[in-house]
Design a protein. Structure first.
Lengths: 114, 115
């Protein structure tokens, strides 16, 4: 069974609208991450969290907010979606103490902003 | 700042041969971890293998092995006896520093294995 579950798997949003991407993990991991994948750019870190009710900015946080209401759940929020935010978004979890930050990924969410 | 660079955009090999994918990294930290991940055609990203910076021995898992050259800040992925299902995009990544919370990825190398 999938240990990191993302929803929705795909979404079409309108420019200027609000988008929320959700991630749920059953790995009992402390760390959770949101990455963005664009063709030719690999994976770029948007936000991450190592404890509930706390989030940290990654390398490309502008235009995104994150929320970690519990250990299991981590959301990515686009308050005002823009065309440039069309991409595939991946959530991941990790356990620093056990596996030295080996990441376990969800299946990804394909977001198209029109 | 951490940086991971993969200069090979794509590689094509014949089945059952050996392939090496290159990766160089930059970090100011003395302790770090290096990873290789595989992204399949379906988009799924899975962890393959890890090298801890303080270990001199190259990591090996199944038909994946690493060529860790610390003085050159290089971590190559070697796949022996390649199979058709090894066709995928391979990402190099690094976690460094106190806590090592951030994991930085390279841009990926696409591998095509032909029969």
């Amino acid at each position: 069974e999938a240990a990191v579950t993302q929803s929705p798997r795909s979404k079409v949003a309108v420019t200027g609208g609000k988008v929320t991407l959700s991630c749920h993990q059953t790995n009992n991991h402390d760390y959770m991450y949101w990455y963005r994948q664009d063709t030719g750019h690999g994976l770029r870190l948007i936000h991450y969290s190592y404890v509930a009710d706390s989030t940290e900015k990654g390398d490309i946080p502008d235009g995104y907010k994150a929320s970690r209401p519990s250990q299991e759940n981590f959301s990515l929020i686009l308050e005002l979606a823009s065309l440039s935010q069309t991409a595939v978004y991946f959530c991941a979890s990790s356990d620093w103490g056990v596996s030295q930050n080996t990441l376990y990924f969800g299946a990804g969410t394909r977001l198209s902003v029109l | 700042a951490q940086k991971v660079t993969q200069t090979q955009t794509s590689i094509s090999v014949m089945e059952k041969t050996t392939v090496t994918m290159d990766c160089v990294y930059e970090t100011q930290d003395s302790s770090y971890f290096l990873f290789w991940y595989k992204q399949t055609a379906s988009g799924e990203i899975v962890f393959l293998i890890r090298q801890d910076s303080y270990k001199k021995e190259n990591a090996t898992v199944g038909h994946y092995s690493l060529n860790f050259q610390k003085p050159k800040s290089s971590i190559g992925l070697i796949i022996t006896a390649t199979q058709i299902e090894d066709s995928a995009v391979y990402f190099c990544a690094m976690s460094a520093g106190t806590g090592g919370y951030k994991v930085v990825f390279g841009s990926g190398t696409r591998l095509l294995v032909s029969p």
